[in-house]
Ligand binder design. Structure first.
Ligand code: FES
Length: 272
């Protein structure tokens, strides 16, 4: 059993939990994720590892309530235990000293971006970070990202903090004044697709982190298959990071919607 030692509501429907998982905490690298189950009947929930502390054995996870299982996870309180937490899974981000890099995070995707921001800064890069969300309340981890960024640009849909507009506008501003070696974008699928198009316009490679439906997380079930450069790949073992320009975005976005009716039905039953 994996004990939740700390829990906090970061924003409306966004929660942070610290889970005791010493073996994961000692091995995890930026870009990797875990799959957890709340109880033995629970759906498997993949979540990116935001941070780890090998000394205390704690793993920090952030999630947004988007359906039945994440709504149930939000009811797990400090002192409660999760049935299992498996990881670290997936390939780590290739952290190197590239020079100047740009990292773009949207919504709860900022949680997955933060360890990469931190890793790239610690590797000696000049880090320019762009964070975007609907409004100020939903813009998470701004101060932590600021601590590891040479420049931080905040964007909100309503202008409640930072500039009013989309992260792609901020990317254009950065491309106009900086020579970017490599970029990363993590957030909603549509955001990652448009970030890819923006980076492509400037001939800058951009990595995205795909979060398709996952079941086993070990490359056995095929649930997380994605098409990358016309080849079938499994996001859980071949990713989750891929070059944005190689992703078949239309297929990915359509597969993300595939189980929406069942997800809505499960949520309705849970809420009753
Ligand atoms: Fe089953 Fe990736 S989750 S193959």
């Amino acid at each position: 059993m994996f004990k939740v030692v700390k829990r906090k509501e970061l924003a409306p429907i966004e929660f942070e939990i610290f889970v005791e998982a010493p073996r994961i905490a000692s091995k995890a690298k930026p870009g990797q994720f875990v799959i957890l189950r709340i109880d033995e009947f629970g759906e498997r929930i993949p979540l990116t590892i935001v941070d780890t502390d090998p000394e205390t054995g704690l793993v920090r996870l952030i999630f947004q309530v988007i359906g039945k299982s994440t709504a149930q996870l939000a009811t797990v309180m400090e002192g409660d235990c999760l049935a299992d937490v498996v990881g670290p899974l997936g390939k780590p981000t290739e952290i190197e000293n590239y020079g100047t890099v740009m990292l773009v995070g949207g919504g709860v995707g900022i949680a997955a971006l933060f360890p990469i921001v931190k890793g790239l800064k610690e590797a000696g890069n000049r880090v320019i970070t762009v964070l975007g969300a609907k409004n100020k309340e939903l813009l998470i981890l701004t101060e932590e990202c600021r601590a590891y960024s040479d420049e931080l640009i905040l964007m909100t849909d309503d202008g409640s903090v930072g500039q009013k507009g989309l992260v792609t506008q901020a990317m254009e501003e950065v491309f106009a004044k900086e020579s970017i070696h490599t970029a990363w974008a993590i957030g909603p699928s549509i955001m990652m697709k448009f970030c890819t198009m923006t980076a492509q316009k400037h001939q800058v490679p951009i990595y995205v982190s795909l979060n398709p439906i996952m079941i086993d997380g070990t490359g056995m079930c095929g649930g997380c298959r994605v098409t990358i450069a016309d080849n079938i790949k499994f996001a859980c073992v071949d990713g989750p990071e891929f070059l944005g320009e190689e992703v078949d975005w239309d297929e990915f976005i359509s597969r993300m919607q595939q189980y929406r009716p069942e997800e809505l039905r499960a949520n309705e039953i849970y809420e009753k």
